[in-house]
Design a binder for this molecule. Sequence first.
Ligand code: NAD
Length: 471
Amino acid sequence: MHLYESHYYGGAWQAPLGAGAIDVLSSATEAVVGRVPRGTSADVDRAVAAARDGFERWSRVSVEDRAQWLEKLAAALKPRVPHVAEAITHEVGTALSYATKVQVEFPIMMIGMNARFLRNATFEEELGNSLVVKEPIGVVGCITPWNYPLHQVVCKIAPALAAGCAVVLKPAEIAPLSAAMLADAAHEIGLPSGVLNIVFGEGKVVGEAIVAHAGVDMVSFTGSLAAGRRVAAVAGDGIKKVCLELGGKSAFVVLDDAPFEKAIPAGVNNCMQNSGQTCSAWTRLLVPRSRHDEAVALATGALAKLTMGDPFDAATRLGPLASAAQRDRVLGYIEQGRSEGATLVAGGGRPADRPVGYFVEATIFANVDPAMTIAQEEIFGPVLSVIPYDTETDAVRIANESIYGLAGGVWSASKERSLAVARQLRTGQVDINGGRFNALAPFGGYKKSGVGREIGPLALHEFFQLKAIQQ
Ligand code: NAD
């Protein structure tokens, strides 16, 4: 049981000013595994005051010292890896081995990488008679989702702290424990007070209070399109810079000359990672109409290899979904796919042998029309839509017919062909022929997938203001 009774701000655990707590449930057993306070706007007021105070001092700490603080934070998190991974496996349902590597070790590595990005950054440039200076933007409100809870937090706080900003963070209420453990680590190393501040609670209460607060200079939000819209509106009212990392409906375009036996399983694995609860997941598999049935057979074969079960079991690849609400939402989309006439070829409901926990069978729909709801809306669960296309031009058109533009993939026997298609996709990321995730590359969306970029050295620049001094 992970019990946190306080918020963390001003360098100390602070008693909540309101009443009430949020239970954290295990997605596999539905049992309570943790608790955090249900924050109020009064808690936010105190945390923002602490952050303003922290910013005054932190923004004057030297680059080298800030880099060393980040390295100390990463070092303090390392012994906590099993503890954090266990909490996230409970909260999100991610299989433990994957959670350990991707949900915990990777973000810890990213904290260290930000120290390097900071040391390599330039802060001043002469342009004609101007000295252009990069300065930290101030206090940053960070609001994060539950699907990769520590990763999403690190994507924001590591570059923000590196840039010299102070942070007020509200982690997702479904998966807040890793943020609390991050505060434990920050406290242990004696990170200067007011630099990292955390208020737990609900989006509409604590999240909106952070976004609206006059003491917050910038908002960095990751979550759904609906909440992102609200955040952008409230921040817009205060004329604040906003970074938004929102949803996706990414397409994987398999060209007619691709090695299907490699490409299709890669597409299925991408779609199903973290049980489909990944913003960049390739949830639309676009295949030539002439090879549609072959692709569907390969996809169902690849899916059968992904064992569903207890996320703490070493054989498990697919755990449950994170919450009952998420499970019901995904089941609703599966029902809609059926009723709109898509062909269900695998999965399609709750697994009969898992009555407890938020499990949903990994599901494939074939012969999906690009206009169907399951091909247009973000499902955020283990549901793949196979969409046939006639020509390469057609494939690009279908891939781009989405309100989203976060990620995508292309596979062809020819790298040049893949690259040519990749250049035509209106998305922030494209992997060609199995190209791996790169922690140096900027990540973010076109269209309604968001505004701004995270990850890699470029992310640091989101947290700077530019000042021009004429001389
Ligand atoms: P969500 O929008 O419900 O919640 C995200 C966060 O915003 C939570 O902390 C929540 O409490 C808070 N929030 C909700 N309403 C708010 C409001 N009015 N004001 C301020 N804060 C508010 O999203 P979720 O269900 O936690 O996460 C899933 C969504 O996140 C999916 O749409 C997914 O695609 C997206 N996501 C995007 C990325 C990316 O990098 N683009 C990464 C991960 C997840």
